[in-house]
Design a protein around this ligand. Structure first.
Ligand SMILES: [Zn+2]
Length: 385
């Protein structure tokens, strides 16, 4: 069997830290069940990120709609800052206390993956970024990870099931295994061309047996205009100066009239590689860097009890409005009863923490992955990395 929970376990509250179960038992025995407001906040972001992208909210709504609670939330894909409440749940504490672990898990990992994907997409500019990292994670998580990589800004996903989840065709080239089974890189790309439908672009992987420069020319000569791109996945032990390898391959191809053949790279690419390699790269396959993205450490804290502000040390009490200036995009957090509607710049504020769920009804209709992705890229186009 797989060591994973299924949807039923999560909905029944079995994915909970045991101290919540014990808390529930005590509160029931003592007949204490106050109406509380609890909010979800990240006090800091990993890797010195200045902002992050909220993700996982469609799954959160799937869990919350079973509970007799109300919630407000930022729209999935919203860029948020440390200390900004991204969700607030209001209800009797006993009704949702055992779901804290699962709710946080749904938001923390998804938001980390989406943010990392956004950062790669920003650094890559117009060059496509494809999610290649499913293989580094438990397969049960692959569609979740790739869905969030896509909404964060990846142009495509590699896994078949992930493609179904986001409603897009999966993308891929060829594995080293095909070349090894065929016996040569040229035979592999010829077979690829012969067998697969023309809609799949002809991309030859060239680091299996021989030097990248000579293999690039071999496949270019064999395929001519039919070759769309060459993928370099050069092993790290041979990589040396990857920039120089790419420069040389580009030079040799151009010299022979193969300016149209694009260069794709994959294999352990990190954020700091992109500004260096962008000069020669036309598309990236990004694996572990995105699929194993650091999580956003959200926590859930009660900040109001029976209508009275009450929060633990280190937390501002009371319900809050989360605002964004329509003109200058400045963020502001004010208490719920503060009617502020104008920014210092004179622009009007938008409330972005809005009704999300009310007693089983989802009030923010989940958007298609493609629309969330556009929303993310629109907000992050000018933000600093
Ligand atoms: Zn403003």
């Amino acid at each position: 069997m797989f060591h994973t929970a299924d949807a039923k376990d999560i909905i029944e509250g079995k994915i909970t830290d045991v101290y919540f179960e014990r808390t529930l038992k005590i509160l029931k025995a003592k007949k204490i069940n106050p109406v509380v407001k609890a909010e979800f906040i990240a006090k800091s972001l990993p890797d010195e990120w200045q902002w992050a992208v909220l993700a996982g909210m469609e799954e959160v709504s799937y869990l919350l709609k079973n509970l007799p609670v109300k919630a407000r939330a930022l729209r999935e894909g919203t860029v948020f800052n440390p200390y900004e409440p991204v969700m607030e749940i209001e209800g009797r504490y006993q009704d949702f206390c055992v779901f804290e672990t699962a709710l946080l898990g749904l938001m923390c990992q998804a938001s980390g993956v989406a943010t990392k994907a956004t950062r790669f997409k920003r650094l890559a500019g117009e060059r496509p970024v494809i999610s290649f990292g499913a293989r580094r994670m438990h397969p049960v998580l692959a569609p979740m990870i790739e869905r969030n990589a896509y909404i964060g800004g990846c142009d495509g996903v590699a896994v078949v099931k992930s493609g179904e989840v986001i409603g897009e065709d999966p993308m891929g080239t060829m594995p080293h295994a095909l070349i090894i089974c065929m016996g040569s890189t040229v035979e592999a790309i010829r077979a690829y061309d012969e067998v697969l439908e023309p809609k799949f672009k002809r991309v030859a992987l060239i680091d299996t047996f021989l030097d990248e420069k000579f293999e690039a020319l071999n496949v270019a000569d064999a395929m001519g205009d039919k070759l769309f791109a060459i993928r370099l996945d050069t092993p790290s032990s041979r990589r040396g100066d990857f920039y120089r390898i790419l420069e040389e391959v580009r030079w040799e191809l151009d010299l022979r009239g193969y300016e149209n053949i694009k260069l794709f790279v994959s294999g352990g690419i990190k954020e700091h590689d992109l500004p260096v390699l962008n000069e020669f790269v036309d598309a990236y396959g990004i694996g572990t860097s995105i699929s194993n993205a650091p999580v956003v450490d959200f926590s859930m804290d009660i900040m109001e009890v029976e209508g009275n502000p009450l929060a633990k040390r280190g937390k501002c009490s009371g319900g809050k409005r989360v605002l964004r200036c329509k003109k200058c995009n400045s963020p502001l957090i004010v208490p719920n009863n503060n009617k502020k509607h104008k920014c210092r710049c004179g622009g009007a504020f938008n409330d972005i923490l809005n009704p999300f769920i009310s007693n089983g009804k989802i009030l923010q209709k989940p958007l298609p992955a493609r629309e969330i992705r556009s929303f993310v890229l629109k907000q992050t186009g000018k933000l600093e990395i």
